[in-house]
Design a protein around this ligand. Structure first.
Ligand code: RB5
Length: 145
């Protein structure tokens, strides 16, 4: 385990577990500490039942970032953004992931497991993790959310 790398919690429903598992392995192979919040198979689960505990890991400070994957990413993002402490960016490409960090200080990503491929998801996650929040004028705007 590399203590310098941010820890992440990853959660998915049945529409996202395959992509979630790819990302868990990818992160662990690079030395990140990962909390795998499930689900681990194709059996149907309700995405809020996965989203909320994954958000709680971020809120509690057990991890710095969270990644949620459902079929579209949408349901997961709706559930996550009910938490005032969470800013969950539902993105399908890396530019939005970069700006979500720079401008919105996003602390979670929501991805569509039925919408994007593994390479795009890894590109998104790489960009998200490599980008720092800019602060400044964005602090005021985030406070108004
Ligand atoms: C599950 O069929 C699907 O509704 C879910 O994965 C997600 O896409 C909801 O937003």
């Amino acid at each position: 385990m590399n203590q310098d790398l941010p820890a992440l919690a990853l959660g998915a429903d049945h529409g996202g577990f395959r992509l979630k598992n790819v990302l868990v392995e990818w992160l662990r192979a690079r030395g990140h500490t990962v909390l795998d919040m499930g689900t681990d198979g194709p059996g149907s689960v309700d995405y809020p039942d996965i989203a909320h505990p994954t958000c709680q890991a971020v809120i509690d400070g057990r991890v710095r970032f969270g990644v949620l994957v459902c079929g579209t990413g949408l349901g997961m993002s709706y559930a996550a953004n009910r938490h005032p402490e969470i800013r969950c960016a539902m993105v399908s490409e890396a530019t939005s992931a970069r700006l979500a960090r720079m401008h919105n200080n996003a602390n979670m990503l929501a991805l569509g497991g039925r919408m994007i491929g593994e390479e795009m998801a890894i590109d998104i996650l790489t960009t998200f993790l490599a980008t720092e929040y800019e602060g400044g004028r964005h602090d005021r705007r985030i406070a108004k959310i």
